[in-house]
Each structure stands twice: as C-alpha cells, then as structure tokens.
Design a protein around this ligand. Structure first.
Ligand code: NAP
Length: 522
C-alpha cells in the first residue's frame, strides 16, 4: 500500500518505490510513502488562491464550528487510529491516547475558544491609543489572517497531535494548511486527513497533505506563508537557513530538541510524599512513549543528600516496567520508532556513558517481552548518574530521544538553577517543592530559559497535569536550543497566523474598524 497525497483537492500516488513505514515490533513493512511527482508550487498556490479565500469568507465562530466537526469525525474513527498507532508506532493504548485523544481535545479546545471570537473576521489587540495633539488622530492594532499557507512539518513522535495542534489555530485563523508529517509515521496523519476530506467539512483547498520527503517544498514559500516545524535541531537549522525562507522572510516557528529538567527542591527529605511524587513523575516521563517526547525529563536534579535514595527508588520502579509487544496485555512500554532510532538512542547512551555512570539498564542485549530483538526496536529504560554536573558536558548538550535520563546531584538551590541553565534553553522545567519561598524564587529564575515551568507541591499532587503533558491552554515551546518557538497558549497561538498592523488615522474610522474586530484577550 502506498499512502496517497492530497493536494489541489485531488488524491494522487507518489512516484517511484517510496520509503517504507515499518512495524517497530515485528519489523514488517506496513505501507510506503512517496512525495515524488508532487508539484509543490502548484499545491501551495492552490491552497493560497482557493483555500485561503474560502476560509477567510467565514467568521471565527464559523471556522470554530468546523473544528468541532473535525473533532467529531476523528472521535468516530478513533478505533482505526488506535490500530494504526499500534502497528506503526508500537504504541500501547495509553501512549496512543496521548497522541490521538490529545489531538481531539486540542481541536475541541480551539473550537470553544474560537466560538468566543464571534462573527468577526479580524482581531483587535488593545484599545485605540491617542497619537496626535488631540483625540482625532489615533492608533489601533489589528490582526488580519495571512494570505499564505500554514506549512506544517512534523516530527515522527506525534503524528496525530502534532498535526492538529498546529492545524487548529491555523484553520481557526482562516489560513489553509499543507501538512508534511514525518515519513516514518505518516500513516496516522494521512488517515485522519482522508477521513476529514471524505466528510467534506472544510472549504476546497483548506487542507492538503504530502507523505514522504519534503522535496523542493521550501523553494516555493513566500513571505505570506507560515512554516510551523517540529523536529530535530539539525533539520531546524536547515529550514531556517533555506534561501527562500531566509530571503522572503517566511514566518517560521521552530519546536526543536530539549534537555528538560526536573528539580527536587532542597526542602525535600527522605520519605516525604514529595520524593515519591518526584520519582513517579520521572519514571512516567522516561517510559511514556518510550521517552520519545520532546518534553520528557532528561536531567533529574536532586539534593546531594537524596541522591542515593532517589537512585534506589528509580532503579526499583524502572525494573518493574513491563517492556515489550503492546499487543500483550499489561505492557507498559513499547519500542522506539524504528531500528535507525534504536541505534541513535543506543549511541546516545554510549555518549552519555563516557562521562556518567549507567546505574540502570543500558543493555544492548535487552530482551523485550514477546518480541524478537533482532527485528524489533526496543530500548531498555536507562538511568545514568553524574555527581559533578558542572564537569559533565554531554548530559547538557546531547538529547537522547528515548527512555533515557541522567540523575545529577546538587549542593544548594543556586547550584541547581545554574545546572538547569546549562541546557541552553528547554521546553519544560519542573520543580517539586512545598516551600513557597523556594517555589517563587526558583520558578522565576527558571522562567528565563524554559518555555514552561511546572511546579508540583503536595497540595496540587492530585490535580497537576504532568511535567510532559502539553495543554492547549499553556504555551508550548522554549528558547535557545528548544527552537525559540511558541505554540498553543490559548488564543496566543493565533498571532502566528495573523499580520498585526498598527492602523493610524481618524478616530471615527478606527472606531468603526474596532467594532468589527474580535478582541484578542488571552
Ligand atoms: P527530524 O528528522 O528533524 O524530522 C522532522 C520533520 O522534518 C520530518 O517531517 C522530516 O521529514 C522533515 N524534514 C527533514 N529534512 C527536511 C528538510 N530538509 N526540509 C524540510 N523538512 C525536512 O525529526 P524527527 O526525528 O522526526 O523527530 C525527533 C526530534 O523532534 C527530536 O529532536 C525531538 O526533540 C523533536 N521534537 C520536538 C518537539 C517540540 O515540540 N519541541 C516535539 C516532538 C519532537 P522526513 O520524516 O521525511 O525526513
């Protein structure tokens, strides 16, 4: 089976043999993807000239209704998506839920937020501001939808959520979408788009998908397009420096790799419930989706006095995780996405192990449950430790995209915060503490180099949403090596798909325009 591409409102098969999509447990081929023969220039132009006007003819509330209908269709087809996630990603049901149900939740969220923007077609930020000597000449900041295409280039680990968390704000803004999922797991995204196209929800030209390599896609971007990329720092650098992107100043939002930290506060004592909470969260982050989450905890910071008890607790918990074929009941962790990724993770562990001690796992000869290691792509959960974090380099610079994390001991809070910053900008830092003063000072200190600071105290233990869980209400993205991008954050996401302009002119005219604009309040 070759995955069909959908551009210019037509399905077509890519040329040539294409790239195989593999079952990472059984090693069998599931499908192929090829973008050869896709005319990207035509695809983008069709989206701009047909999809854009069709979407912009609608109000925010009308487009929000379309998002709600997309969510309904995806909900009705959930079983198919779970089966694809099992076969193509080796996902246990709980992992698939994060991707698939997370996508549906995000769509529903934007459907609700969009409805609140009402029957308007432009946005207003703030009030009229007097510029001249008297009231008659004023300024108004408005946002109008971009006239280009939202080009969504996604990573392999979230084929469903990655697509819809980007597509929902774009479509709500009135901007057509061209999705380019990662080849290795494109099947799920492609099936979802096929279901939405079949349901005829969106205007013509509003949604396209190309499976397979990006080819000359970026050669055809214009200054009116917006590229939302998620993936590795290397690919991000290639996209940023692509001549067409750079010369035409196409908007780019980059979500790249990240060396997230979890900090156990200096107020923690052995035996505290907070220590148990911390250990549970670290184990969850290491094993959910086999650690293939951009937000996963990579660096575990604990007070030196708790280094040994925490190491022991983590070892005990990790040794009980059932790793193997997710078709077998009660399996807790599946494989990484393919053999290439397995090799990359094991090489990454070797790199870390040159400086840090492996204190659990790391086994190249690991035997997963009910799977043949010669064809399957499993990696044993692996914990390393380093007692002099300032002497270690790899742990602060190498992202190992698998079930791998390193325990680092610190002497005092100031040192912990300095270690956190060695990650050079990350998506998430979590802090586990019950001391309000520590929480306040550390949270503000961590904020400069993290897109999200997630604080857990005993008081919020039962309601907190999880270190690695990306909620559409909160910003997602991070500075520095995390890519410098920002997604989600409620209606903040709409700024990326609008041109914000300062209108300066007669107060009466500006008032007229303001009355037709939705107030962009976060
Ligand atoms: P990747 O190899 O960089 O690929 C990402 C996407 O870029 C894929 O769709 C890929 O297509 C495409 N691509 C590759 N070369 C390209 C080029 N020259 N021009 C245009 N597109 C190109 O990343 P990955 O291995 O799929 O994902 C793992 C990485 O993503 C990790 O580093 C992880 O931290 C990061 N990630 C970050 C976030 C976040 O929100 N910050 C979320 C998830 C993952 P092909 O698949 O066809 O090569």
């Amino acid at each position: 089976m070759k995955l069909l591409n959908y551009v210019c409102d037509r399905w077509s098969e890519g040329l040539g043999e294409g790239e195989p999509l593999i079952d990472p447990v059984r090693g069998t081929e599931l499908a192929r993807a090829s973008s050869d023969g896709v005319n990207f220039a035509e695809a983008l132009e069709h989206a701009r000239t047909v999809g854009g006007p069709g979407l912009r003819a609608l109000t925010y509330a009308q487009r929000a209704t379309l998002l709600g209908r997309i969510a309904e269709v995806l909900t009705a087809n959930r079983d198919t998506y779970y089966r694809i996630a099992l076969e193509n990603s080796g996902s246990p049901r709980s992992d698939a839920a994060i991707d698939i149900d997370g996508a549906i939740y995000t769509l529903k969220f934007y459907a609700k937020e969009g409805a609140a923007l009402g029957e308007n077609k432009l946005l207003r930020e703030g009030e009229l501001t007097r510029l001249g000597k008297d009231e008659s000449f004023q300024a108004l900041h408005i946002g109008v939808p971009l006239r280009g295409v939202a080009i969504l280039i996604n990573a392999f680990n979230f084929p469903a959520w990655g697509l819809w968390e980007k597509a929902a704000p774009a479509l709500l803004s009135g901007v057509p979408v061209l999705a380019k999922p990662a080849t290795a797991t494109a099947w799920l995204a492609q099936q979802m788009v096929a279901d939405i196209v079949k349901a005829a929800i969106l205007p013509d030209g509003a949604l396209s998908i190309v499976c397979g390599r990006a080819g000359d896609l970026l050669d055809h971007v214009t200054g009116e397009d917006a590229i939302a990329f998620t993936g590795s720092a290397e690919t991000a650098a290639r996209i940023r420096s692509h001549p067409a992107v750079a010369h035409r100043s196409a908007r780019t939002n980059i979500e790249a790799d990240s060396l997230n930290v979890a900090v156990l506060g200096p107020d923690a004592k052995a035996g505290d419930p907070t220590v148990e909470l911390f250990v549970s969260e670290v184990v969850r982050e290491m094993t959910v989706k086999a650690g293939q989450k951009c937000t996963a905890i990579r660096r575990i910071l604990v007070p030196a006095s708790l280094r040994d008890p925490v190491a022991e607790a983590l070892r005990a918990r990790l040794s009980r995780i059932r790793v193997g074929d997710p078709r077998t009941a009660d399996m807790q962790m599946g494989p990484v996405i393919n053999k290439v990724q397995q090799k990359a993770v094991l090489e990454g562990v070797d790199r870390l192990a040159q400086e840090s001690a492996v204190i659990f796992g790391g086994g190249v000869a690991f035997q997963p449950i009910d799977a043949d290691p010669s064809v399957a792509a499993f990696v044993q959960p692996t914990l390393l430790a380093h007692d002099r974090p300032f002497d270690a380099r790899a742990v602060h610079t190498v992202e190992v995209f698998g079930p791998v994390a390193t325990l680092l001991a610190y002497r005092d809070l100031d040192e912990a915060l300095r270690i956190a910053r060695l990650g050079q900008g990350s998506l998430v830092a979590s802090l586990f503490s019950n001391d309000p003063q520590i929480i306040e000072s550390a949270a503000l200190e961590l904020a400069c180099c993290h897109g999200r600071v997630h604080v857990v105290s005993e008081e919020v233990a039962r309601v907190q949403t999880g270190h690695g869980n990306v909620m559409p209400l909160s910003l997602h993205g991070g500075p520095g090596r995390a890519g410098g991008g920002q997604e989600l954050g409620g209606l903040r996401a709409l700024r990326f798909h609008h041109q914000f302009t300062a209108l300066q002119g007669p107060m009466q005219s500006l008032r007229g325009i303001a009355s037709r604009a939705a107030d962009l309040r976060f």
